[in-house]
Design a protein around this ligand. Structure first.
Ligand SMILES: [Zn+2]
Ligand SMILES: [Zn+2]
Length: 441
């Protein structure tokens, strides 16, 4: 009994000492950390000072938009700027026109990554602004000109604060977010394949996207599933040609395709949990070449979106089974091919929780709101498959100035005030993240 008591006492003292030592370390690290409020003020001043330069830079990118995997000029400007700022290990040609670079803080610590995409869209700009796209049929209609500019702004602000940075920031400038041209690889997946997340491997990754439904000065976000997985699918249904007046001699691929179109919708309505978002949409159906001949082949193309990787896998399986079942009942055959466009963008809830105080502090509580997940897709998801990540939306709208057009439209524009806001917010997010890692080491 006594020995047991002694053992308990010893363990208690030992545990106390250990946790005291632990607190000692944390307290020491905390004491060596910069005063967050003062640092935030300096970041705000630095972002303000860059206002004119960032506006000019964004307008330059906007006037010279480049399509996915063709970001030669943008990428060159980015790399030159990073070198001029004195970032370390500026690598070009990572995943075609991708650029990565390191900003090493003066103090040891974790590695955190931040990503911006650089490509534009095949859309003819219709707004009449001084910085209108100079390339016919191509426009920065998804705000990637803003993303690239903000991230260059962050690099510039933080290179001047090296002495107070605990750890390393890896900057990733990515091409082809909108998807590489047919037959080419590209985007986040290719950059990862070519080592963007290695040497050194970041512990987490952050990114932002313009969002016209929120006003400049605001940030909106989701915790958990944020954006959908996106799979393009191609279906080929093969039957047998015959005279339109003698259908019994053929296998009518048009009738079979019609049944398949309807049946595929029942996967959503009858086979998958109603609380799980899923959409299967067929956008193209093509077949036949004459009014009185039964088509022997019909091709369909569509997109499937989910917010859950298990639902995604299950729906793919059900599509295959449904098509096989229906076509075989008619004596036809089918082929189904998937082209993966993006995985589910999943914001690690703990990382979101830890980051929210920073967003609220910098922007004021009322300007940070959570929103519902969306069925649009984003290839940032590929980084989040490797490391935890948080992808949030930067408000770029301004109702009073009439800036309200949606992403991917010919009229899309941003309130350039968002450049200053974005640079300020992201700089704080990254430094606060590194501080937390230093404390919890
Ligand atoms: Zn887009
Ligand atoms: Zn985009």
């Amino acid at each position: 009994m006594k020995r047991k008591l002694a053992l308990v006492l010893t363990l208690t003292i030992l545990f106390g000492l250990l946790s005291f030592a632990g607190q000692g370390h944390a307290a020491k690290v905390r004491a060596s950390l910069p005063d967050t409020a003062a640092r935030e003020r300096r970041i705000a001043e630095a972002a303000e000072a860059l206002r004119a330069q960032m506006i000019e830079q964004r307008r330059d990118f906007h006037m010279h938009p480049e399509l996915s995997n063709r970001e030669e000029r943008t990428s060159r400007i980015v790399a030159e700027k990073l070198k001029a700022l004195g970032l370390e290990e500026v690598k070009t040609g990572v995943g075609k026109y991708g650029v990565t670079a390191l900003l090493k803080g003066a103090k040891p610590g974790a590695v955190v990554a931040v990503r911006a995409d650089m490509d534009a869209l095949p859309i003819q700009e219709t707004i009449d602004v001084p910085y209108k796209s100079q390339t016919p049929g191509v426009k920065h209609a998804c705000g990637h000109d803003v993303h690239t500019t903000v991230q260059l702004g962050v690099a510039e602000i933080l290179t001047k604060m090296r002495s107070e940075i605990s750890g390393t920031i890896k900057f990733i400038f990515q091409p082809a977010e909108e998807g590489p041209p047919a037959g080419e690889e590209g985007g986040a997946a290719l950059m990862i394949k070519e080592g963007a997340l290695e040497n050194p491997r970041p512990r987490a990754i952050f990114g932002l996207h313009t969002w016209p439904e929120a006003e400049a000065g605001q940030v909106v976000y989701q915790s958990g599933a944020a954006m959908a997985s996106s799979d393009k699918f191609h279906i080929t249904i093969r039957g047998k040609r015959s005279h339109g007046a003698q259908p019994q001699q053929g296998i009518d691929a048009v009738v079979v395709a019609a049944e398949c179109v309807i049946a595929l919708q029942t996967i959503r309505s009858r086979r998958i949990d109603m609380t799980e978002p899923l959409v299967i949409s067929i956008g193209i159906i093509q077949g036949g070449n004459r009014f009185n001949i039964l088509a022997d082949e019909v091709k369909l193309e569509g997109t499937m979106r989910t917010l859950n990787e298990e639902v995604r896998a299950r729906a793919k399986q059900l599509m295959k089974e449904t098509l096989t079942g229906i076509t075989s009942a008619y004596g036809a055959t089918s082929e189904l091919k998937f082209e993966e466009n993006a995985a589910v963008t999943f914001n690690e809830p703990q990382l979101v929780e830890e980051t929210l105080p920073t967003l609220r502090r910098v922007l004021k509580e009322a300007n940070v709101k959570s929103i519902k997940p969306m069925m649009i897709a984003e290839d940032f998801a590929y980084y989040q498959r490797v490391i935890p990540g948080f992808y949030y939306f930067l408000g770029v709208g301004n109702r009073s100035k009439g800036i309200t057009a949606a992403l991917h439209t010919a009229e899309f524009d941003v309130d350039e005030e968002s450049l200053v806001v974005g640079a300020k917010v992201m700089s704080n997010v990254l430094l606060d993240y590194l501080d937390r890692q230093a404390v919890s080491k």
